[in-house]
Design a protein around this ligand. Structure first.
Ligand code: C5P
Length: 237
């Protein structure tokens, strides 16, 4: 896995759009396939991207009863994604079942995909969390709690915002991955994200991997913008 490359979110409606976007890139990338593309194109999109040499984060954020998540993960493990995820709100048993499913589905001799837990979405504010989820903690404490149960369930890390990355590193250890979306370049737009940061701040705050979507995919020159993001991300390594 290109562990340190920024992950580009391929949030496109079809694979024609995704391949059109990827075409000018000369290097192998770490890309994220989310539900928009996956639900349109199906599992073959993952194997095709792998055949092109890219690393793939399959971001389906599963959240269901443990048995269903286990069976789904068993299937997902077969198509070669490097990284998958579940909602930590599904609970410890569900997350343990997800890991079990991945282990069952991984072809013999191969390493199982890494699996991370979604804590609180980076589009969620503390006020929303309190009013709508009725969680009466600070947002950071809620994220830390979800990180801690994700670790307890045997997950490899979590998705969180940059704002919580350093506390998670401290609580869960440096090897527990902190994958952070909500990345914007200084002059960029926020879109619907709330807890945002630049690539340099993400690095300084202890993100293990950054996920960047619209700041790259909607820029006038995606290749140049990706280079800029990568440069900023690697600057403080
Ligand atoms: O365009 P933008 O950079 O905001 O895209 C971020 C990507 O990361 C989206 O594909 C979104 O689904 C994903 N994501 C997120 N927050 C999470 C988990 C995933 O924004 N907690």
């Amino acid at each position: 896995m290109n562990k340190y490359n920024p992950i580009i979110a391929l949030d496109f409606p079809t694979k024609i759009d995704a391949y059109h976007f990827l075409q000018p890139f000369e290097e192998k990338l770490f890309v994220k396939v989310g539900m928009e593309l996956y639900l349109q194109e199906g599992p073959s999109i993952v194997s095709e991207l792998k055949e092109l040499g890219h690393d793939v984060f399959l971001d389906l954020k599963l959240h269901d009863i443990p048995n269903t998540v286990k069976s789904a993960m068993r299937g997902l493990a077969k198509n070669g994604a490097d990284l998958v995820n579940v909602h930590a709100a599904g609970g410890i048993h569900m997350m343990e079942s997800a890991v079990e499913g991945l282990e069952m589905g991984t072809p013999t001799g191969q390493k199982r995909p890494l699996i991370i837990g979604v804590t609180q979405l980076t589009s969620t504010s503390e006020q929303q969390m309190r009013n709508e989820q009725k969680i009466h903690l600070s947002l950071e404490d809620s994220v830390l709690h979800y990180a801690s149960i994700s670790k307890q369930a045997g997950l490899d890390g979590v998705v969180c915002s940059v704002l919580e990355a350093s506390a998670i590193k401290q609580n869960c250890g440096a090897h527990f991955l902190r994958v952070t979306p909500g990345i914007r370049l200084l002059q960029g737009q926020e879109h619907d994200q709330i807890r945002i940061a630049t690539p340099e701040v993400a690095k300084a705050e202890g993100s293990s991997l950054i996920v960047v979507g619209r700041a790259i995919t909607q820029s006038a020159n995606p290749v140049e913008t990706y280079k800029l993001v990568k440069q900023q991300w690697e600057a403080k390594k």
